[in-house]
Design a protein around this ligand. Sequence first.
Ligand SMILES: Nc1nc2c(ncn2[C@@H]2O[C@H](COP(=O)(O)OP(=O)(O)OP(=O)(O)O)[C@@H](O)[C@H]2O)c(=O)[nH]1
Ligand SMILES: [Mg+2]
Length: 258
Amino acid sequence: MGAQAGHPGVGRVLVVIPTYNEADNVRRIVARVRAAAPAVDVLVADDNSPDGTGGIAEAISGVDPQVHVLHRPGKDGLGAAYLAGFGWARERGYDAVVEMDADGSHAPEDLPALLAAARDADVVIGSRWTRGARVLNWPWRRLLLSRVGNLYARVALGMPVSDATGGYRVYRSAVLDAIDLGSVRSQGYAFQVELSRLAHRAGVRIVEVPITFAEREHGDSKMSPLIVAEALWWVTRWGVRDRRAAVRGRPDALARWP
Ligand SMILES: Nc1nc2c(ncn2[C@@H]2O[C@H](COP(=O)(O)OP(=O)(O)OP(=O)(O)O)[C@@H](O)[C@H]2O)c(=O)[nH]1
Ligand SMILES: [Mg+2]
C-alpha cells in the first residue's frame, strides 16, 4: 500500500484509472499522477484490453508499490470498472477515491487543486464549465454536446452542478458509504450523472473546481452514440420521476425509485 501517510487533510487517496485499450497512454498517465501527487496510490482498472494495457500496468506495478492493477475479465463499461475500483478502495480503507480517464484529458497536474478542495467537501468535480476552466482541442460538436447535455441534466434534475457528466472527481469515502452504489445501473456518461444525482440527494457537500481539459492525443475514443443515448434516456427518466414524485408531495418516494 502507500508508502506515505496520505494527502494532508484528506487522508489516504486512491486514483482509479479505468482502461480499455490504452497501451499508448497508461505509462504516461500513471507517471504524471505519481509526479503531480506523490502521496496518492493508483489503481488501474483494466477490462482485459486486447492491446495489452493490463500487462503494461502490471509491469509498472512491479516496480512501484504505490501502483496497483485490477484485472477484470472483459469489457464491461466505465461504470462497472469504477464500481469495482471503489470496492477495492473501500476494502483497503482508503479515505478518498479519485476518478480519472487514462487518455490525458484529465490533467494529473490539476489533482493537487482537486485534493485541496476535498479538505472542505465530500465530492469535488473537476469542471470544464465553471469560471477559470479551459477546454483544449475539442471539436465544436463535442463542445456543443457537452454544453447541451449538462444544461439538460441541470434543468431536468435540479442539480447545481455545471459539469455533471465530467469524469474527473474526488469522492470522500464517507460519500461512497452514504449512497447506495448497489442501485447504480448506468454505464457511460450517465454513470457520472447518476453519481452526481445520488450525492446531491444524499445532501453532501459538492464543490466544483475549474480544470484544463484536453482532447486525447493517443488511442481511440470509446465514446459512442449509444453512450450519449443512454445518458439522455436516464436523465429524462430520472427527471420525469422526480417531477411526478414532487407533484404527489412524496419526495421520499424518490429514494425507492425505480
Ligand atoms: N475498464 C474500462 N475502461 C473503460 C471502458 N470504456 C472506457 N474506458 C476508459 O474510460 C476512460 C474514458 O473513455 P474515453 O474513450 O476517453 O471516453 P471519453 O473521454 O468520454 O471520450 P473522448 O473524449 O472521445 O476521449 C478511458 O480511460 C477509457 O480507457 C470499459 O468498458 N472498461
Ligand atoms: Mg477521453
